[in-house]
Design a protein around this ligand. Structure first.
Ligand SMILES: [Zn+2]
Length: 592
């Protein structure tokens, strides 16, 4: 349980609000004169079951945290600390913003110092001989070794640790930077030992982490820095610091898999190459590249290519709003081999890059006998869902056409099939609108999964921020979600967001970032989710209003006040109607 949930569970909203407002029983709930606007007749309600409050006069509401924030004029962290103190919960203390930044700065410095330490050992130590021999066998020049700041880590448990401690870094800082590992007995030791070191730099040229390769046949061949405040593998691209100018200038980026692929390519003058540092490219990496170019070529080995193209190709295209091309490497070779054998073959290979959709078509067709009816159906079954995910309708039409001619049936048949598929899908969604389960198991009952799902989507796919939906902070019932939503809409990237948010929210933010999200149909899913959130808000509003009016009538005091409440009720009721209509219109129609 996060500290926020802990505090909420130990705090009763009725007790907190009663300190400011004289509450009277109103059915299952309580009401009183609103502390935020002046009134003679209570339109302020507290709902103990939901641990929430709402004022129909000023149309505000939320949970206990938002009440304290508003009443005491505090920010989220301050309000949380106030309630935590009363509830006896300890909150990690908040370092002032400047200090946080400074702390991060020190981690960058520690990494940079480590990179220099490793680099120096590679160039000058007798222990580095084997590593130097390895690089020579790979044909790397001294300039390349220097450009990439390659290094060597000693076969020692604490040489880097001692070196950095002597320079004033604390053990805790070294653990946070991922340079040192804390063992179970609480003792620490160097993470990287007896390895060839590849510093990983961000686009600004700061060392954010390391890749390390063994110099013998032991496994695993590579280890990387863990996730740290500076390093997130799934959002980083190896070589981006050196490749960015060329990518911009040539307006195309080539993505390969490994460190050596990038290094060899750059040494041979192909400097628009970066590595994903893993078999599959992530959408966050694609988003990073999009700032430099919309044109992306994936250099894939024959084994991995099929899956990558099938599963993720279209989502990359949707992010880039452009076609993604693929190059399939000769069997059993990686770009490093290809370029070292014959550098001239690389540009030729790149020139043969094919649109990822065409490749997917060929791959599917190659395994089928398209003179057979059964195999025709199979081809449609496999390819149509991929085509359905395309955002660009013109390209979609092109590939529907292509699929029709591949299986030699009329394009209208394929289109009808697409319509059918979409109807099934939307029906399935309507029947089971439950979002995917979060990666971590235990979730407290209090949390609101729908709003968290919506937020998780928005955080993972920042491009959704520009989708036109009527999403407002108040639709998020829990303050921590409201807080993250508001801050996210005002920031560009995750690190800026983290800087903006109170430290007590980070844990919650991390859990949102770890949600298992669907790989495709992102935008419609997000729109649905946002619409549902809004609908839920107004439905709740209406139910509560009806309840208040019923009580009012019972207590006879109706008259002018009742009329006033009803008048206020009109706008939300209209909006609710609008949402329902919109929901109906949005249901995809079969194409004609
Ligand atoms: Zn009010």
């Amino acid at each position: 349980m996060s500290v926020i949930e802990d505090v909420k569970q130990r705090t009763d909203i009725v007790g907190v609000v009663s300190q400011y407002v004289a509450l009277k029983k109103a059915g299952r709930n309580l009401s009183g004169l609103c502390p935020f606007h002046s009134e003679r007749h209570p339109s302020f309600f507290v709902y103990p079951e939901q641990q929430s409050w709402h004022c129909f006069g000023c149309n505000t509401g939320g949970d206990v945290l938002s009440f304290v924030m508003k009443k005491e004029n505090l920010d989220f962290g301050e309000a949380l600390r106030l309630l935590a103190e009363k509830a006896g919960v300890t909150i990690p203390s908040r370092a002032p913003r400047g200090e946080e930044k400074e702390a991060k700065e020190r981690l960058y410095k520690a990494n940079e110092t480590a990179a220099q330490f490793f680099h120096n050992l590679l160039l000058n130590s007798s222990e580095g001989e084997k590593a130097r021999g390895y690089l020579a066998s790979r044909g790397l020049s001294a300039k390349t070794v220097a450009d990439f700041q390659l290094g060597f880590s000693l076969n020692s448990w604490d040489s880097l640790k001692q070196y950095l401690l002597e320079r004033g870094y604390t053990e805790d800082e070294l653990v946070r930077a991922g340079l040192v590992v804390e063992a179970e007995n609480g003792r620490t030791h160097d993470r990287f030992r007896n390895k060839l070191m590849f510093p990983i730099l961000d686009i600004k040229g700061r060392v954010i982490g390391f890749g390390a390769r063994v110099l013998d046949d032991s496994l695993p061949k590579y280890v990387n820095s863990p996730q740290t405040p500076l390093f997130d593998k799934s959002a980083s691209l190896y070589g981006i610091n050196l490749a960015a100018p060329s990518i911009r200038q040539q307006d195309v980026a080539v993505i390969v898999e490994g460190y050596m692929d990038v290094i060899t390519a750059h040494q041979s003058g192909f400097s628009n190459v970066v590595a994903s540092m893993g078999t599959s490219v992530t959408e966050r990496q694609v988003s990073t590249l999009k700032k430099l170019t919309r044109n992306m070529i994936l250099a894939l080995d024959a084994d991995a290519a099929g899956e990558e193209a099938m599963l993720r190709g279209i989502s990359y295209e949707n992010i880039l709003e452009a076609e993604v091309r693929v190059v399939i490497l000769p069997e059993g070779k990686d770009p490093d081999n290809v370029i070292r054998e014959d550098a001239k073959s690389w540009p030729q290979l790149i020139a043969q890059a094919v649109p990822i959709m065409d490749y997917t078509f060929n791959m599917v067709a190659a395994k089928l006998d398209l003179t057979q009816a059964r195999d025709k159906s199979l081809a449609v079954e496999r390819l149509l869902p991929v085509i359905a995910d395309m955002k660009d309708t013109v390209r979609q039409a092109h590939y529907l056409q292509k699929l029709a001619s591949l299986v030699r049936v009329d394009v209208r048949t394929i289109e009808a099939k697409l319509g059918e598929m979409r109807r099934r899908e939307s029906k399935r969604q309507a029947q089971a609108p439950r979002p995917e389960a979060p990666a971590q198991a235990a979730r407290p009952l209090m949390s609101n999964r729908r709003e968290e799902y919506c937020l998780a989507l928005l955080l993972r796919y920042p491009e959704l921020k520009s989708v036109e939906v009527n999403l407002r902070p108040e639709y998020f019932s829990s303050s921590e979600n409201r807080e993250i939503f508001t801050a996210w809409m005002q920031t560009d990237d995750l690190s800026a967001l983290k800087e903006k948010l109170d430290i007590s929210i980070q844990e919650h933010l991390d859990s949102l970032l770890n949600w298992n999200l669907p790989p495709n149909h992102i935008e419609p899913k997000f729109i649905d989710c946002a619409l549902n959130l809004e609908k839920e808000y107004w439905k709740n509003w209406e139910a509560r209003k009806a309840e208040a009016l019923a009580l009012e009538a019972e207590a006879k005091g109706a008259g002018a006040d009742l009329a006033k409440l009803e008048e206020e009720g009109i706008a939300p009721a209209l909006r609710l109607k609008e949402i329902y209509t919109q929901g109906r219109q949005r249901r995809p129609e079969p194409r004609r």
